[in-house]
Design a protein around this ligand. Sequence first.
Ligand SMILES: NC(=O)c1ccc[n+]([C@@H]2O[C@H](COP(=O)([O-])OP(=O)(O)OC[C@H]3O[C@@H](n4cnc5c(N)ncnc54)[C@H](OP(=O)(O)O)[C@@H]3O)[C@@H](O)[C@H]2O)c1
Length: 346
Amino acid sequence: MQAAIYTQTGTTDVLRIVERDPAEPGPGEVRVKVIRSAVNPTDWKSRSSSTLAFPEVVPNQDGSGIIDAVGDGVLDVKVGDRVWVILAAHQRPTGTAQEFTVLPADRVALLPDNASFDLGADLGVPAITAHRALTTSEDGPSRLAPEALAGRTVLVAGGAGAVGNAAIQLARWAGATVVATVSSEEKARLAAAAGAHEVINHRQGDLVERLRETAPGGFDIVVEVAPAVNLQADLEIIKPRGTIAIYANEGGDTVTLPVRSTFTTNARLQWILLYTVGQEALVNAVVDINRAVADGAFKVGQEHGLPLHHYALTDIAAAHQAVEDRVVGKVLLDVADPQSAVAAGS
Ligand SMILES: NC(=O)c1ccc[n+]([C@@H]2O[C@H](COP(=O)([O-])OP(=O)(O)OC[C@H]3O[C@@H](n4cnc5c(N)ncnc54)[C@H](OP(=O)(O)O)[C@@H]3O)[C@@H](O)[C@H]2O)c1
C-alpha cells in the first residue's frame, strides 16, 4: 500500500510517499481501508514542530473509510462497516494518510448511512472541538441534542473556519440563536450558509457595539478562536455564568486580563485541548455528533459553509501547504474511491 510519511520535522518537503505492507490489527484493534484523509491545522503543526514524536510518522488525525479487518475481542464494529476515525495519530505513529490504518477500536465510530465519506472525514477534530466548546457551561447542557441549547445565544468567532462551521451547525441543531464573526464577505456567506442567524464582519465598525445590537441580552457561550484579539470584547458581551470557550491562539498567544472587570462577569473561561479532554467527553461528543449527522443537521460543502478541496494522497505536500496557508474550507486527501467501499461492504 501507499503511505505518506515523514522521518524528520520541517516544511512540507519532509513528506514522502512510500510503499508499506498494511499492518495487521492486534487484539482490540481494527484496520480501516481509508477512503478520505482530512488535514487539520494540528497535522501541519505537528509536522513542523521541533519534536519528532516517533522515528517515522504517518500524518493526519482525521479520516473516514471502511473496516477491513478486526482483531480479537472487537465487538462494536465488523468488516464492511463504514466509519469515521477519532484522533488516529494521537500518541501513535500512524494516522490516516495511507491506504490502510490500524487503530484501537474505540477510535472509530460508525458513519451514519446518510453521511458521505467526505463528511465523515470532517467529523473528528473540528466537530468534537465544537461539541466540547458548546457543552462545558456551568448551567449546561453537558450534551447536545435538539432543544438542548434552546433559549441560549451563542457567538462563534471565525464562523467560516472548520471548527467555527461545526460549532454553528451543532449549535443550530441544538436550538441556539447563533451569531458568527468573520473577516470578509465571502466568509460571511459561508457562515450564513452554515446556519448562523447573524454574521458580523469583525473588521468593520465597533465589534462590541455590533454584538450588543445583535444580542442585547448578551451571549451565553462564546466559541473563541482568537482570544488575544477578541477576549476583551468577549468579556463585555458574555452573560453572567456564561462561558468563553477558547480553543486556539489565532491572532496571538498572549492575553492580558484586568482582574476586577473580569471577575465581575461571573463568567467562565474554558480552555480546550482535544488531546486531553478525556475519553468520556470524546465518547459523548461522538454520540451527539452522529445524531446530528443522522438528523441531516450537519453537512459539508460550499452550500453548507465548508468548501471542500480534494487532493490525491500523492499530493499530500500541497494539501498540507494549503491548510498551512489558511485555505478557506476543508482539505481532503482522496485515498480511495468511495465506490470501492460500496463494493467491499456489499
Ligand atoms: N484546542 C484544540 O483542541 C483545537 C482543535 C481544533 C483546532 N484547533 C485550532 O483552532 C484553529 C482553527 O482551526 P480550524 O481547523 O477551524 O482552522 P481554519 O478552518 O483555518 O479556521 C481558522 C479561523 O480562524 C479565524 N480567525 C483568525 N483570526 C480571527 C479573529 N481575530 N477573530 C475571529 N476569527 C479569527 C479565521 O476566521 P476569519 O478570517 O473570518 O477571522 C478562520 O476562519 C487552529 O489554530 C487550530 O490549530 C484547536
